[in-house]
Ligand binder design. Structure first.
Ligand code: GLN
Length: 538
């Protein structure tokens, strides 16, 4: 394979411009032309990984097959490219410093003074080049988190400067920026972009391509002005207009020739082989659905929808597969109780109880699950959602009124959900849960088996507590079925109710593996059941 090319994506003017989506869209276009591409995110914060962060901070924590707890942008990368990522795709300042300090303690620096330049910047450069050195990728796209000018982003920008110098034409820089529209004068303004490019240039980095987020089309005149002030070719000023769905962005970027401008700059051949047929078919299904359903998403971080990013995207993939628009009703678990539950839930076509940690909202989740079970509303419970479904069944069907998870009540007489022995010894929080891909064996003649259509699956985990097998027999006798079991540990990974049209809970997180090319079968089946239920009750 020819040597790897490196693309750096920086952001200017403001955060939240969608660097992750632009990176994923460019990668999708290059992949659709036959190139092997991966995307990496460098996060300038000091946490070792986002695993210890409250979802209100940066949204969902995304988990990879190798058990890395990562930024939610990695979810976009996988969903767009249908290719797994790993720990190597997400580096934080905390991890960079930890690696450098470990090397210092081992004596690797041979008595030298350890400094930001060159030691921290070398560590960053190594993390970037490591993906190229695997030999798997022709193009590595590295997204630098934060905004140019942030103090904490400086070592990353310096590493990019050095790499641009070392790699020359085998690398380029895309700067994503904002062109605000001033309603008072009806104008688009280029000055903030000029300033952010100046800021980048002060650090010795010159952008090759500007991707300009804007609510309105950018005129030729503005392109000319930006090109002139920012030292880029006019064809390298790319408009990125607000899109109705993130999945339209690759098409918008194609229409602006982002992929061909990139390939030309990198000296890679531009063949007439772009294949976006499946992608466009998927977009068509999103745009022109035949059905519409409403699903209640019950969680405790619902004010910030990004906390459940992979779930909402999996709904979009599975919706398209069913030619159905999935509307989400965001329901705060704390608002649900035995009196209010019916009012909030009665019109829903399906119910999903989300993953989560801790006591807050637990009672509301129990109510939502009882409602779904009794009224035969399709139900999917993920991780904590599955655990609460087990507790609800143990309490209301098996009659163990005090059944609980030891996460909620350490002294419950019936710990139907409990910590595994090895977890009891762990006091450190970061990176210590059951994380990443685990096998799961599916029992024949179960809904789980019907959904996956194979006996052995692999799904990703992120939790400490488990179904307590002491209660397996009584729960199964009472009608709940453990339909998926870990073949190595015997841990229950899936529960379902055979006397219900569609009631299933998973200890793992199926949402992490749903992609545009491969919508997750559990979500596809769930939405199908939801559509059927909606028709039945219409
Ligand atoms: N709090 C539960 C546990 O740690 C569930 C975690 C989750 O929903 N991801 O097991």
């Amino acid at each position: 394979m020819p040597s790897t090319k490196y693309i750096f994506v920086t952001g200017g003017v403001t955060s939240s411009l969608g660097k992750g989506i632009i990176s994923a869209s460019l990668a999708t276009l290059l992949q659709s032309r036959g190139y092997s591409v991966t995307i990496q995110k460098l996060d300038p914060y000091i946490n070792i990984d986002p695993g210890t962060l409250n979802p209100y901070e940066h949204g969902e924590c995304y988990v990879t097959n190798d058990g890395a707890e990562t930024d939610l942008d990695l979810g976009h990368y996988e969903r767009f490219l249908n290719r797994p990522t790993s720990q190597a795709n997400n580096i934080t300042t905390g991890r960079v410093y930890q690696n450098v300090i470990d090397k210092e303690r081992r004596g690797d620096y041979l008595g030298k003074t350890v400094q930001v330049i060159p030691h921290i910047t070398d560590e960053i450069k190594e993390s970037i080049m490591a993906l190229g050195h695997t030999g798997e990728f022709e193009v590595v796209i590295t997204e630098i988190g934060g905004t140019v000018g942030d103090i904490e982003a400086l070592p990353y920008i310096e590493a990019v400067r050095q790499l641009r110098y070392e790699l020359g034409d085998a690398s380029l820089v895309i700067h994503l920026t904002l062109i605000p529209h001033l309603a008072a004068t009806g104008e688009l303004k280029t000055k903030p972009t000029q300033h952010s490019v100046q800021k980048l240039q002060e650090s010795g980095v010159r952008p090759d391509i500007l991707v300009c987020r804007s609510e309105q089309h950018i005129s030729e005149e503005i392109r000319r002005k930006l090109a002139q002030f920012c030292n880029v070719n006019k064809e390298a000023v790319i408009e990125s207009i607000d899109a109705e769905t993130i999945y339209a962005v690759p098409i918008l970027m194609r229409n602006q020739n982002l992929d061909s401008v990139v390939l030309k700059r990198l000296g890679l051949p531009i063949e007439d082989n772009l294949d976006l047929v499946n992608w466009k078919d998927f977009l068509y299904k999103i745009r022109y659905p035949k059905h519409e359903v409403e699903i209640g998403l019950i969680g405790k971080y619902v004010e910030l929808h990004d906390s459940y990013k992979s779930i909402t995207e999996a709904f979009i993939h599975a919706g398209a597969a069913n030619e159905c628009k999935v509307k989400i009703r965001w329901l705060h678990a704390e608002n649900l109780n035995s009196e209010s539950a019916h009012k909030y839930l009665e019109e829903l076509d399906g119910i999903l109880v989300a993953p989560g940690f801790g006591e807050r909202g637990f009672a509301g989740k129990l109510e939502a699950i009882r409602h779904a079970r009794v009224n035969k509303v399709p139900f999917l419970g993920i991780c904590l959602g599955m655990q609460v479904a087990v507790i609800e069944y143990a309490r209301n069907v098996l009659g163990l009124t005090d059944a609980n998870s030891t996460e909620m009540d350490a002294n419950t007489p019936h710990p139907v959900i409990d910590l595994m022995e090895e977890q009891k010894k762990i006091s450190q929080k970061g990176g210590t849960m059951r994380l990443g891909a685990n096998d799961c064996e599916l029992k024949p003649d179960t809904m789980a088996h019907k959904v996956y259509r194979r006996p052995l699956i692999s799904e990703r985990h992120r939790h400490r507590l488990e179904f307590n097998n002491t209660y397996l027999e009584p729960l199964e006798k009472a009608g709940m079925k453990a339909s998926g079991v870990n073949p190595e540990t015997g841990l229950v990974e899936i529960i379902e109710l055979p006397d219900h049209p569609w009631f299933l809970g998973t200890q793992f997180h199926p949402e992490y593996k749903s992609t545009v090319a491969n919508p997750h079968p559990l979500f596809v089946h769930f939405i199908k059941a939801v559509v059927d239920h909606a028709h039945l009750t219409a």
